[in-house]
Design a protein around this ligand. Structure first.
Ligand code: ADP
Ligand code: ZN
Length: 217
């Protein structure tokens, strides 16, 4: 099962990906997580992308393409993957086509999570993550049981730098300019599956799974 998750920042790609992993048994590949890990570890790559991430701009295509090419060629991806946050530009989408063609593979579906900007800005500015286990919460729709502490680890949740309102607005601008054209790109290829992601998360998961089951059937 080779799936791409497409959608505005805050559409719920990361949370949905974690649910799909449990159902389809393929790895979740989040380029955003990979870059954040690189920054946290202080690696060469991390130093290169640190400023780009905190501004909400995009990492250059060549860097991302190289990272993904290496990642999807690992043995754990032989039966598929869930790509979250990649591709994000038309150039990346054609690079991915190339990579898959080389190994005789193809995408089963591009799941497009449709949400409006207002809903998303509200969601993102209320998003908190556990710095230890990575679990994602939302102070409005998916709050932790106690205060702002992780249910699993008991430590204080944090807000990502790029979830601050000003940066969120900029990420949206970048999304509209650079990533939204991919909706048409995949529509033309016939791989696009649209899911309304405005309702609560369980609802979105259910709709996404139904849509994917139709595709594989
Ligand atoms: P979001 O929550 O907006 O979907 P991600 O966690 O996917 O954000 O990514 C965080 C940041 O990492 C992006 O704002 C961007 O700077 C960088 N990034 C992640 N994936 C890509 C990509 N495919 N191309 C370019 N930059 C990327
Ligand atoms: Zn935790």
């Amino acid at each position: 099962m080779r799936i791409v998750l497409l959608g505005a920042p805050g559409a719920g790609k990361g949370t949905l990906a974690k649910d799909l992993v449990g159902l389809f048994n393929v790895p979740h590949i989040s380029t955003g997580d990979m870059f954040r890990e690189a920054v946290a570890s202080g690696s060469e790559l991390g130093k290169q992308v640190q400023h780009i991430l905190s501004s909400g701009a995009l990492v250059p295509d060549e860097i991302v393409n190289k990272l993904v090419r290496e990642r999807i060629s690992r043995p754990d991806c032989k039966d598929g993957f869930i790509l979250d946050g990649y591709p994000r530009t038309v150039q990346q989408a054609s690079a991915l086509d190339e990579m898959l063609k080389e190994t005789g593979q193809k995408l089963d579906a591009v799941l497009y999570l449709r949400v409006s900007e207002d809903v998303v800005v509200k969601r993102l500015t209320n998003r908190r993550v556990c710095p230890k286990c990575g679990r994602i919460y939302n102070l409005l729709s998916m709050p932790p049981k106690n205060d702002e502490l992780c249910d699993d680890c008991g430590i204080r949740l944090v807000q990502r730098d790029d979830d601050k309102e000003e940066v969120v607005r900029n990420r949206f601008k970048v999304y509209n300019e650079m990533t939204a054209p991919l909706i048409d790109y995949y529509k033309k290829k016939g791989t696009l599956v649209e899911v309304d992601a405005e309702a609560d998360h369980q609802n979105t998961v259910q709709k996404a799974v139904e849509a994917l089951k139709k595709v594989i059937a």
